[in-house]
Design a protein around this ligand. Sequence first.
Ligand code: NAD
Length: 251
Amino acid sequence: MGKLDGRVAIVTGGGRGIGVEYAKVLATEGAKVAVTDIVDTETTVNIIKQAGGEAVGIHCDVTDVDNINAMVAETLDTYGKIDILVNNAALFADLNQGSFLDIDEAEWDRVMQINTRGVFSCTKAVVPEMKKNGYGKIVNIASGTVFKGTPMLLHYVSSKGAQVAFTRALAREVGDDGITVNCIAPGLTMSEKVIGDPQWDAVKDGNTATRAIKREQMPEDLIGTLVFFSSSDSDFITGQTLVVDGGSAMH
Ligand SMILES: NC(=O)c1ccc[n+]([C@@H]2O[C@H](COP(=O)([O-])OP(=O)(O)OC[C@H]3O[C@@H](n4cnc5c(N)ncnc54)[C@H](O)[C@@H]3O)[C@@H](O)[C@H]2O)c1
């Protein structure tokens, strides 16, 4: 028996990187998963189906409210309800590190549009469905950089700081509806696009050295926490951010 038998989950940004692992583990634990992204989600869906799980791929740009509403409607048509929302989609691996003086306003806005407004819009579209059932699990994704004050990605780090605040404030608005809102703050993780990227190669050893557990972080290191925040094991925990980074940032 899985920890998420009978549950229905949406994972945004599930077509690539860490989002693939999130979608896979939710399905392994018994959830039916809507894998959503602007990139192709077929590979993720096929992996889940081949392992005996249930999943549907849905195109969804988290900056487009019509897209989000259509994605939610398709999930409801396919699986009948929504129990879990993993707000994983973000502009991250495609960003270049550099001084904040070189970030132009358009790039700042784009990061905020995807990483903060996207989370708001997806959550806003899903919570009414969760309220109908008196149950829901929202899992946001911040970053260890928020607690370390990591330089050279000011827009990104700021957008991820917003996840911590959003998680806390929203938790108080929906607690009486049986909905928990929690957040995972991963350390530098060797996801699909990070592996082999020279800008991350240049900092990864220094990053590992700051950890209590001195090894590279893999996407699989995050799935236990994701399942915990998605399952009834965390039903009395809300508004929290858990840093999962091998003990680098401690807060
Ligand atoms: N890899 C790390 O070191 C690390 C560390 C801390 C936090 N995170 C966070 O974990 C999550 C996944 O990270 P990753 O390493 O897999 O990054 P990634 O950049 O490879 O993946 C991001 C995913 O979001 C999707 N996406 C981007 N814009 C979108 C949009 N407008 N609408 C819908 N989907 C969109 C991308 O297509 C991609 O599938 C992100 O939220 C990231 O900020 C990653």
